[in-house]
Design a protein around this ligand. Structure first.
Ligand code: G4P
Length: 534
């Protein structure tokens, strides 16, 4: 019997998840609709809230304003049917950053949002891979059913083929675009009829006990009705059965169809998704122990650091995911990496520019701490009990590279300090090339171009250091390497370059995917890793 602690009920209520999607699939819209149903925004304000969301979230940093994007990501909370929902908001721009990946590390499950006309797009694939590596349970929401798109069966095939996971459509659409009639809930066996509304209010579903009900023939045009019945037969006959354990293990993909902009399918989605999505589970420590979320001791780790949140104070906000026990404001905890005792005083929840004080939190909750620069690094564990450290958040193999030069040599100290801080915050990775001719240049590596822009901007605005950046477009892939030193030493060629990361771990950088695959084949004695081997 698992032991109950005062925190067991709190943990069971929590759902901490993120939405992954390709830009324009409707993530902002879906987020807003989830907030609408969660009672956070009212209907009248909903559209305006969406329009304002980008600008308010963007204000804190001039670069974001200039680019009209949001680099920061925060957490949105709402209560729904007894659940405490933490929706981790990943940046909505098309450029990747490691922040997006790290945010996924803090989520217990994920909603994969797909545009019904576009199907699976590149960014969704990449983000899916991150979820798969961690075995994060994932449901798919196929959006924009009020518009013509691909055939639903074709979309299901595409999902199965690309992701290699059996799918289970939890509901099934009848028609699409101007002929969209609604969705049939396969579990509850009820039909929800669609009514087109202007960013509209939700119409209550029409409940039918039998899909062969005669009255439906008057509501649904014959072609759509026949096609729907045929498709349902195919799904029931040849499709996969729903397997909850497989979903939890990340090996089955439940699918929902809906239309976020018209609010269609949102309450139905929440009704199914929240009970099935996992509550926070145990987390593994570096000593291969697992700490239960309702453990009596508070523990958590930093998964994101955002400097410059408030330009007036030049402070730094470290975002912590509570992993066990109870966080209370002002508590003193051990910062395990340094062994120091830290008082967690300035605890916030941040939405756009607003900060709201957070007084307590349980496993699954996200708390932002305003602190001095340098106190926290990505992956740091804090604890009021054992000296455990959670398994580190690995840096991701970079895909873009650039050299950076300090324009003014008298600013050498500021330049080095700034880069060190940016690297500690995980804003960029710093790499040393083995045979670099130019010793004055720093090599920066990242997963998205935007990280470079942010780094350059911050060096100038926070450290007063102007820099020149030059892209290295020929380099496209990187792996950490391990093996016998003579084998690793022999790793060179036209299309591969040896390097070290900021902690001195060996890496190989490649000119193109083909070069990487070729090199890996040519060097069977060397192991190539997507995360560093300590
Ligand atoms: P993103 O955050 O994933 O980038 O997407 P966003 O929500 O901004 O949505 C992208 C576009 O898709 C928006 O149109 C939005 O209205 C539209 N959209 C979202 N969900 C649906 C849906 O269920 N059906 C249809 N038909 N469209 C949907 P836009 O023209 O770019 O912006 P707006 O003027 O409508 O705000």
């Amino acid at each position: 019997m698992p032991t109950m602690t005062p925190y067991t009920d709190e943990v069971a209520k929590r759902r901490t998840f993120a939405i992954i999607s390709h830009p324009d699939s409707g993530k902002t819209t879906l987020t807003e609709k989830l907030l609408l149903y969660g009672g956070v925004v009212n209907l009248a304000g909903a559209v305006a809230a969406k329009k304002n969301q980008r600008s308010t979230a963007s204000d804190w940093m001039e670069l974001e304003r200039q680019r009209g994007i949001s680099v920061s990501s925060t957490v949105l909370n709402f209560d729904y049917n007894g659940y405490k929902v933490n929706l981790l908001d990943t940046p909505g721009h098309k450029d990747f950053s490691e922040d997006t990946y790290r945010t996924l590390m803090a989520a217990d499950s994920v909603i994969m949002l797909i545009d019904n006309a576009k199907g699976v797009e590149t960014q969704t694939r990449k983000l899916f891979e991150v979820c798969r590596r961690r075995g994060i349970p994932l449901v798919t929401f196929i959006n924009k059913m009020d518009r013509f798109g691909k055939e639903p069966l074709e979309l299901i095939d595409e999902l199965e083929e690309i992701f290699g996971l059996p799918t289970y459509p939890c509901n099934w659409p009848i028609g699409s675009g101007s002929n969209f009639q609604g969705v049939y809930d396969r579990q509850e066996k009820e039909l929800h009829l669609f009514q087109r509304t202007e960013h509209g209010s939700y119409k209550a579903p029409l409940k039918v006990t039998d899909i062969h009900d005669e009255s439906l023939k008057e509501i649904i045009p014959p072609n759509e009705y026949t096609q729907f019945l045929e498709e349902l037969e195919i799904l029931d006959g040849a499709g996969h059965a729903y397997d909850y354990d497989a979903y939890l293990a990340g090996t089955q993909n439940p699918v929902f169809f809906g239309s976020a902009v018209t609010n269609f399918g949102i309450s139905q989605f929440l009704h199914h998704f929240l009970p099935m999505a996992p509550a926070p589970g145990p987390r593994e420590t570096q000593a291969n122990e697992w700490i239960a979320p309702d453990d009596k001791h508070f523990t958590g780790y930093i998964f994101k650091i955002q400097a410059n949140m408030d330009p007036k104070h030049r402070d730094c906000v470290a975002f912590l995911r509570v992993c066990s026990g109870r966080f209370t404001r002002d508590m003193s905890v051990k910062h395990v990496r340094t062994g120091k005792t830290v008082r967690l005083t300035h605890s916030y929840k941040i939405v756009g520019q607003d900060r709201e004080t957070v007084d307590d939190g349980y496993a699954g909750d996200i708390v932002g701490f305003s602190s001095n620069r340098g106190l926290f690094a990505i992956g740091d564990t804090v604890s009021d009990g054992p000296n455990a450290e959670y398994v580190a958040i690995p840096p991701f193999p970079p895909e873009v590279f650039a050299t950076l030069r300090n324009k003014d040599t008298s600013k050498y100290k500021q330049y080095t300090k700034g880069l060190e801080q940016l690297s500690l915050e995980g804003a960029i990775q710093i790499i040393t090339l083995k045979d670099s001719i130019d010793q004055n240049a720093t090599v920066l590596a990242a997963v998205g171009q935007l990280q470079f822009e942010v780094a350059q901007y911050r060096l100038e605005s926070e450290y007063g250091v102007a820099t020149v950046m030059e892209q290295m477009p020929e380099l496209t892939h990187a792996r950490w390497v391990s093996g016998e030193s003579e084998d690793v030493q022999a790793l060179r060629g036209m299309n591969v370059q040896s390097a070290k990361d900021s902690q001195g771990r060996l890496m190989a950088l490649f000119k193109g995917e083909w070069a990487m695959e070729y090199t890996i084949k040519q060097h069977p004695k060397i192991a190539f890793h997507t995360a560093p081997i300590n």
